[in-house]
Design a protein around this ligand. Sequence first.
Ligand code: ZN
Ligand code: ZN
Length: 216
Amino acid sequence: MITHHLSDRLLMAYSAGNLPEAFNLVIASHIALCDECRARLASFDAIGGAMLEQMPETGQALPDSALAATLARIKTTPVAAKPAPRPAQSRVLPEPLASYVGGDIDAIRWRGIGGGVRQAILPTSKAATARMLFIPAGKAVPDHGHNGLEMTLVLQGAFADATARFGRGDIEIADEDLDHQPIAEPGEDCICLAVTDAPLKFRALLPRLAQPFLRI
Ligand code: ZN
Ligand code: ZN
């Protein structure tokens, strides 16, 4: 059961097509797994559609912000969110993520980043970075803070930090205010999609030195 969802602000920005590709990817992947957020997105899409229909009829100017959001929605096509095909139990990656990876978990080309943790950076536009993360059961990602927004979607296993536990389909949204150390639960390796729009802030020297090489 999914207990950690997208915020209204993120769903609205996604609906308006205002987000970098990597954020569209993580949001679309959560929506593919989450009936609740898919329903909320549909209502934001409907609001955007209604604004468009009103424009020629009333002849009244929309507020600048609404107009900008509406125009952006026309100009950019968000990564399409599709419901998971129903007999998808054996697949770990939902669409559109599976297309970015080029298959399921087996298709990921992992690269070790220390402590048994592995990553694979996915090809998206440069405005934000999308990476698959593999955290061995019981192991931790180094303690870190954030210079921007980080969204982490769990696809297999689970991790916990000081704020909560996150299982399959859950999404953690972290920003400058949160320092955390995600630890994978024992028993099953944890696989996540993590998206960031700025480098992380590591306390320990070793991860700091490795950062430029790992694009983390
Ligand atoms: Zn949700
Ligand atoms: Zn983080």
